[in-house]
Write a protein that binds this ligand. Structure first.
Ligand code: GUN
Ligand code: ZN
Length: 435
């Protein structure tokens, strides 16, 4: 066992106020071996209260630093790293002109492997220690990323993209083969070390009914496997789904009709929803991956935080690289704040803007995102029993951060200063539980 002495940020669990942070100015984080060689948090709290309970323990003292849970990115695309910043009129031309041509390259294992190496290094540089990411439709892209994540002992969830229609040659897959490949990849990778598999229909327009049905059957056969897709991101996309699935009540209900909504299902965007959709999210235990930099960049719209909280469904934050513009959770949290602020015309009424609390923003990218994945108490927090994936923040990292954080008079002010001014420079070190 060993310990770190520094300021410590974590999140309340049972008994504490929901989504609120616990902050120790002078804390001790004690970690040691848990199951399967993964390091876990043994104890955490004020230094003066805890240190006497661990006589002789090696303590690494990090004055002026803040330890915080590693960030959880609920949705992104590792093959789209080189697509970041490609402007388009909207989602559908962006897919056609930039994304599909780029994803074709991942048929080759060597291309996938070098992209996976860069991607994982970039996650770690930005303090992201758990990710739910799309691969491409090529099994090689999945094998490359799992292989690389395994080397780093990272908790990572990915899957082969299913897209057997409305997709160009080179990324379109075959219905039967795509389902056979998915099952083989589940058996090969799911639950191995810290890796998890996600059944990954790209979105309803790119999947035939037979493919969606097959995906739903696999989801029933492997209940602890994840499901990831996109829904209700863009108005043209929503209209297209209405044409393709005229019998469905809504875009979201297409997925429900095929057995693709349940715990461990995570849908990106969830913007153009009505209250029946929100209730369906809640009742099925499905989670939304809120992707604010992507939604602002592609002009998709604004996630309705008040609507989500009124219904009470799960959500967390996501970079959605490469529709999203940054790997940095600080940039994503700031964009989420802007999205909350926006007052939006909805159904002829003005939906007023909110000022999201910084503890709530941070929670959405850590403990809240972990809860959305069904991994509460496993990652995204630094409570006893959690896997010890954490980051070391240096609030002196830039002259402006140093000046502004020195003037913070409360935890909210400190967190807000880091959200607004922070980026990868704030993350001095990323520590993975197994290393
Ligand atoms: N919908 C279907 N595919 C994609 C994708 O790659 N990115 C985004 N943002 N939306 C999608
Ligand atoms: Zn996406």
């Amino acid at each position: 066992m060993h310990a770190y002495r520094a300021a410590i940020l974590r999140f309340a669990t049972d008994g504490g106020p929901h989504r609120s942070a616990v902050y120790e100015e002078d804390g001790l984080l004690v970690i040691g071996p848990g199951a399967n060689g993964v390091q876990v948090v043994h104890a955490v709290g004020p230094y003066r209260d805890l240190v006497g309970r661990f006589p002789g323990i090696a303590v690494e003292h990090l004055p002026g630093r803040i330890l915080a849970p590693g960030f959880v990115d609920l949705h992104l695309h590792y093959p789209q790293t080189d697509v970041i910043g490609s402007p388009a009129e909207g989602l559908l031309p962006w897919l056609e002109n930039y994304t599909f041509p780029e994803e074709k390259r991942f048929a080759a294992l060597d291309h996938s492997s070098q992209a996976a190496t860069f991607f994982i290094a970039e996650l770690l540089r930005n303090g992201v220690t758990t990710a739910l990411t799309f691969a491409t439709s090529h099994p090689a892209s999945v094998n490359a990323l799992f292989g690389e994540a395994q080397k780093h002992k990272l908790r990572l969830i990915t899957g082969k993209v299913l897209q057997d229609r409305h997709s160009p040659d080179g990324v379109r897959d075959d219905t039967e083969q795509s389902l056979t490949d998915t099952e083989a990849l589940i058996r090969q990778w799911h639950g191995k070390d810290r890796l998890g598999y996600a059944i990954t229909p790209r979105f309803a327009p790119s999947c035939s009914e037979a493919q969606l049905r097959g995906a739903g059957e696999l989801a029933a056969r492997y209940p602890d496997v994840w499901i990831q897709s996109h829904v209700a991101e863009n108005r043209d996309e929503v209209a297209w789904v209405r044409q393709l699935f005229p019998a469905a009540r809504s875009y979201l209900s297409v997925y429900d009709d095929f057995g693709l909504m349940r715990e461990r299902a995570v849908y990106a965007h969830c913007i153009h929803f009505d209250d029946a959709d929100r209730a369906l999210m809640r009742d099925t235990g499905t989670a939304a991956a809120v992707s604010p930099t992507s939604n602002l960049f592609l002009g998709s719209g604004f996630f309705d935080y008040a609507g989500a909280d009124r219904a009470g469904f799960r959500y967390g934050l996501a970079s959605d690289v490469g529709g999203g513009t940054s790997f940095s959770p600080f940039h994503t949290m700031l964009a989420a704040y802007y999205v909350g602020r926006a007052s939006v015309e909805q159904g002829g009424q003005l939906r007023p803007g909110l000022s999201l609390n910084p503890q709530h923003l941070w929670w959405q990218h850590t403990a809240g995102a972990a809860q959305a994945l069904g991994l509460a108490g496993v990652v995204g927090n630094l409570q006893p029993g959690c896997e010890a994936d954490f980051i070391v923040l240096n609030p002196q990292a830039t002259p402006l951060l140093a000046r502004r954080t020195a003037r913070a008079n409360s935890l909210d002010e400190l967190l807000f200063a880091m959200i607004v001014l922070g980026d990868d420079r704030l993350v001095e070190k990323t520590v993975i539980a197994a290393s």
